[in-house]
Design a protein around this ligand. Structure first.
Ligand SMILES: [Zn+2]
Length: 123
């Protein structure tokens, strides 16, 4: 999951396509991924919860919030993603989009500045 986040940050469509479960991969295109990169800067990943996804498991779920800016506006993707283990590797299947989370004042700011929220982007 973290590696897919990194690939989004680095705008690496080939890796993102390669880690999609094969039935899903057929529906995604490199062009659509490249389009989705335009104007989006990923700032920070917060992994909230992992379920299963350990050695010997065939499926796993990861809930995360990924923070981004787009055209200078802050945004957040809060998702519960499903992965399957096939051919000795994890593949992304799909995910549920969840309502945005709130960070507490003492957590690292979503923008990736390294400062606490209360000393950075607390509105
Ligand atoms: Zn900030």
């Amino acid at each position: 999951m973290r590696s897919r986040y990194s690939a989004f940050c680095l705008r690496n469509p080939d890796y993102l396509l390669a880690t999609l479960q094969k039935d899903i991969r057929a529906k995604e295109t490199r062009k659509a991924l490249l389009k989705s990169f335009a104007g989006t800067q990923w700032r920070q990943l917060k992994v909230i919860r992992c379920q299963r996804g350990l050695l010997g498991d065939k499926a796993g779920e990861v809930e995360f919030a990924a923070f981004f800016t787009q055209d200078d506006e802050g945004g957040q993707l809060h998702e519960r993603s499903r992965f399957v283990f096939e051919d000795e590797r994890w593949f992304y299947v799909d995910g549920d989009i969840l309502p945005p989370i709130s960070l507490s004042r003492n957590e690292p700011c979503w923008c990736g500045s390294g400062r606490k929220l209360k000393k950075c982007h607390l509105a």
